[in-house]
Design a protein around this ligand. Structure first.
Ligand code: FAD
Length: 515
């Protein structure tokens, strides 16, 4: 039996891992987190993906336990601004497409558009986001009660592999406050917390990690080591020499500059979505928290200098950015060839990272740690468990890479070199063929990247329809079919949206009551 896990790094990855391992194994496994007082955490990473529901559920946490402490808000999806053309926006919501007579509404819409707003005609949630609504009523009922993980007396916890439904929202939160919350959660459940700098990673004769040497606490030994040291990759990359496979050829954005902007949410309101605004050399994220906005410009250093990026970001934010300190970040885009080597597993930025356009950093952490629990080794260290883990983790990142490349390839915007180059740049193997297929038949489960990567066909459809740069066609069969039911369903969506917009509180109102 393995008895002990040593986690090096106390950022979001380190503490999410520690909390999850305790939730899974309780005291049957000893967990230690070694966190340097000298190396700060990345300090960004505040928008999530809807699957994060399963993470909190697994930890046994309800929203009221952690959301107010982390200034958290709801995220119904992503609002893409200026990707098709300046002034245009559309949503990529967390909502599956309804199917009428065997064809998703997107096919019917292509056959005969109900209006010029695809996202509002076929997705209910887009209207809620436009109206800045909370997905919950003031008495905490979810607008789609049957999806609520918090209601009902389930006897089991869910993980990423049981996604029979699409939960309608994710969260925004203050990353530093969440790390504090998870530190408390972990230490309350017995995680040993060592605040010290790891000076050396010591290998045994086989090249496995025997211990890490800290500056003041001596050697810390364990059976399994988690590398949560961020872009440094101190254990997996530096000590074990696992190569890093860059995605830079297909995803050129390699830098970011971020600001934390205090805002008066009472007067400004709280948009229940992340906004991604296309810029001259990348895009700007806007993440509304209860007390401030997190914002940052993700850009390609081949097209834009850090000074120009910071200037553009400050201009975008306006006078509220005056006097605020900007955080410049160099991003390592790609993944480790394998994230599990010998007795070391990387989780978080040390494992891999793609630009945060679809907020997948925390999803990758969740995916790695859930897979680690599912593949947890014993003293035999079965290579099959390791291989199976690496396959799942690599597929997830490679799949998300494809989805992100699609955002640039399919964006109609082509008004400067950066956006024009996006149309001719090399793309991952397989995506070219898929794109050809999607021109005549919208993405479905059979035609998207074939392994689990968090995204379903409806996400690809939302992006292709919203980005507008690739001509798409309705299935010819629809020309021979009666479209009455499809038109009726689209009318029903409008009716349901209007009713909910009238009854749901604003997101500000909802959270003001718990603050
Ligand atoms: P870090 O936060 O860098 O933590 C590293 C830890 O390792 C620190 O505790 C440090 O002290 C420790 N450490 C380092 N060296 C040593 C040493 N020698 N000894 C001991 N300890 C050491 N993800 C999302 O899901 N949504 C987003 O919206 C999002 N936006 C992002 C925007 C940007 C610009 C970037 C770069 C990332 C974003 N991410 C996002 C990703 C997200 O920030 C990370 O996945 C997440 O914060 C995890 O980081 P980490 O814990 O791996 O690394």
């Amino acid at each position: 039996m393995l008895r002990s896990v040593v986690i090096v790094g106390g950022g979001t990855a380190g503490w999410m891992s520690a909390a999850y391992l305790k939730a899974a194994f309780a005291d049957r496994i000893e967990v230690t987190v070694v966190e340097s007082p000298r190396v700060s955490t990345i300090g960004v990473g505040e928008a999530t993906f809807s699957t994060v529901q399963q993470f909190f559920d697994y930890l046994g946490l309800r929203e009221s336990d952690w959301m107010p402490r982390c200034n958290a808000t709801y995220k119904l999806g992503i609002r893409f601004e200026n990707w098709r053309a300046k002034g245009h926006h559309f949503y990529h919501p967390f909502e599956r497409l309804r199917v009428v007579d065997g064809f998703p509404l997107s096919d019917w819409w292509l056959h005969e558009p109900a209006s010029d707003r695809f996202d509002k005609d076929v997705f209910l949630v887009s209207s809620l986001a436009d109206a800045k609504k909370s997905p919950r009523f003031l008495d905490h009922r979810l607008f789609e009660p049957e999806l609520d993980l918090e209601s009902g007396g389930r006897m089991y916890r869910t993980t990423l592999s049981e996604q029979s439904t699409q939960f309608p929202y994710a969260y925004h939160f203050d990353a530093a406050l969440l790390a504090d919350f998870l530190t408390e959660y972990g230490t309350d459940r017995g995680v040993h917390h060592v605040v010290d700098h790891v000076e050396e990673v010591v290998l045994d004769d086989r090249g496995w990690i025997s211990h890490v040497r800290t500056r003041e606490h001596g050697d810390v030994r364990g059976d399994l080591f988690l590398d949560c040291t961020g872009f440094r990759g101190l254990l997996l990359g530096k000590a074990l020499g696992e190569p890093f496979e860059s995605y830079q050829d297909t995803l050129p954005n390699d830098s970011a500059v971020a600001l934390r902007v205090p805002v008066d949410v009472e007067t400004k309101g709280l948009r229940p979505c992340t906004t991604a605004t296309a810029m001259d050399a990348g895009w700007i994220w806007t993440i509304p928290l209860f007390d401030r906005i997190g914002t940052g410009y993700v850009y390609a250093s081949d097209y834009c200098s850090p000074e120009d990026a910071e200037r553009a970001l400050r201009e975008f934010v306006g006078p509220e950015a005056d006097g605020l300190e900007a955080n410049h970040i160099r991003m390592r885009i790609g993944r480790s060839r394998d994230s599990w080597v010998n007795n070391c597993v990387a989780v978080g930025l040390s494992s891999g990272f793609v630009e945060p356009l679809e907020s997948t950093g925390i999803f990758f952490i969740q995916n790695n740690i859930e897979n680690l629990v599912k593949h947890f080794p014993d003293q035999r260290w079965s290579p099959q468990l390791r291989t199976s883990f690496n396959r799942a983790v690599n597929h997830a990142m490679d799949g998300v890479r494809e989805f992100l490349v699609l955002h640039y390839r399919a964006a109609a915007r082509a008004d400067n070199e950066y956006w024009r180059d996006a149309k001719t740049r090399v793309i991952p193997d397989g995506l070219g063929e898929r794109l050809e297929q999607w021109r005549t038949k919208l993405p479905d489960a059979e035609s998207i990247y074939p392994h689990y990567h968090g995204f379903e066909a409806y996400s690809y459809v939302s992006m292709l329809m919203g980005l507008g740069g690739i001509p798409l066609a309705a299935p010819p069969a629809l020309a021979h079919m009666d479209d009455t039911s499809a038109r009726e369903e689209m009318r029903l969506i409008q009716h349901q949206a209007k009713d909910l917009v009238g009854r749901l509180p604003s997101q500000y109102e909802y959270f003001a009551q718990s603050h």
